[in-house]
Structure formats: C-alpha cells, structure tokens
Write a protein that binds this ligand. Structure first.
Ligand SMILES: Nc1ncnc2c1ncn2[C@@H]1O[C@H](COP(=O)(O)OP(=O)(O)OP(=O)(O)O)[C@@H](O)[C@H]1O
Ligand SMILES: O=C(O)C1=C[C@@H](O)[C@@H](O)[C@H](O)C1
Ligand SMILES: [Mg+2]
Length: 176
C-alpha cells in the first residue's frame, strides 16, 4: 500500500564541470545508504552512447532534450542523491522543475576546475581551449547556479571528503 510519501531526491547537486558533482554525489549516497543518479549517466544509459558521441552525432540541442527528460524523471522518481550535468540548469524548464527541491551548488573557481578536468577529453564543450571555455562557462553560469541553489558549498582547495562533510552538514541541519 502506498504511504503517500513523496518520492524526491534528498539532494540535487549542481555546478560547473569539475565541481565534483559526480564524485561527491556518489560518496554522499554511499554514506546515506541511498541510490545515486547522475543525469549524464542516465542519458548515456538510455541512449547506449557517450555524452561526447551524442554531441557529435546528434548535436547539443538533442543532448539538452534528453537531459531535460532524464532530469524530469529523476526529480519525480528518485529518492537518493541526484547530480546534474554542468549545463542542465541553463534550461528554463529544468530550473522551474528544481523549485522546491534541496539544491546544493558546488562552487569551484577556474584554477581548481581546470586542474580537475585535465584535458577535458570526455567533455565536448571544453575541446580546444579548456581554460578559456571553463572561464566562460563559470562566468555565464554562476548566477544561474546561484539562482536555483538552496545551499552553496565552496570546493576550492577543499578535498572531496571535506566537501562531502559540508554538504551533509547543510542537509542534515535542514532535517533538524
Ligand atoms: N574537491 C575536490 N578536490 C579535488 N579533486 C576533486 C574534487 N572534487 C572532484 N575532484 C576530482 O575532479 C574530477 C572531476 O570531478 P567530477 O567528475 O565529480 O565533476 P563533475 O562536477 O561531475 O563534472 P561534470 O559536470 O563534467 O560531470 C574527478 O577526477 C574528481 O576526482
Ligand atoms: O557544462 C556542460 O554544458 C556539460 C557538462 C557535462 O556534465 C555534460 O552534461 C556535457 O559535457 C555538457
Ligand atoms: Mg559529473
């Protein structure tokens, strides 16, 4: 029998490439004993091809449609930790759907993000000029991440375990 309890992610992680959404999200889910989902991985599983291949073969616009649908599904059917692709919040429909969810913005600056993504080979939007593209994306998107976030966690110079601890503290404080 249904308890009527709403199924929704305990926390949604947003931020730019290299913020650590996937790494931190997996660890958080492990600690809480809940499932982890990541919109990039959900799109890849549904399509049977990588994000890079989707960008190259079908174009970014098609990737964004698939991403929007993957996120809509996860927001309404997943009770664990949900990491979003770095560009997901640029979509206005996704931003609307995030309203009412606990959204943590993992903030990272250019230097740490560039160190973390390296050559960015699996990140199609970075190809050619990794630092320049990251800078542009951080500049354009920081206000957007901030606008959907209920919490902001700084990750510059902070190791993964400490980022995880900060997210836990923010979320568990909410629970009272
Ligand atoms: N706080 C941190 N300190 C040092 N390295 C980190 C930190 N967070 C993540 N990393 C490392 O940075 C790399 C990128 O992290 P991750 O893939 O989790 O980022 P992401 O936010 O999911 O990026 P994308 O938007 O491209 O999916 C990984 O190698 C990860 O181990
Ligand atoms: O910042 C972005 O626009 C992207 C981030 C990645 O998570 C992937 O969703 C894809 O490489 C695009
Ligand atoms: Mg990721």
């Amino acid at each position: 029998m249904s308890t009527g309890a709403e199924v929704r992610p305990r926390v949604v992680l947003v931020g730019t490439m290299g913020a650590g959404k996937t790494t931190v999200g997996r660890r958080l889910a492990e600690l809480w004993g809940v499932d982890f989902r990541d919109s990039d991985l959900d799109v890849e599983a549904a399509e049977g091809r990588s994000v890079s291949d989707i960008f190259v073969d079908s174009g970014e616009a098609r990737f964004r449609e698939l991403e929007r649908e993957a996120i809509a599904d996860a927001l309404s059917a997943h009770a664990g930790v949900l990491a979003l692709g770095g560009g997901a919040v640029v979509d206005p429909t996704t931003r609307e759907r995030l309203a009412g969810h606990r959204v943590v913005f993992l903030r990272v600056g250019l230097a740490d993000a560039a160190d973390r993504v390296g050559l960015g080979v699996s990140r199609p939007l970075l190809l050619g000029n990794v630092r320049g593209r990251i800078k542009q994306l951080i500049d354009e998107r920081t206000p957007v991440y901030a606008s959907v976030a209920t919490h902001v966690v700084e990750t510059d110079g902070v190791d993964v375990e400490e980022v995880v601890a900060r997210v836990r503290a923010a979320v568990e404080e909410d629970h009272g």
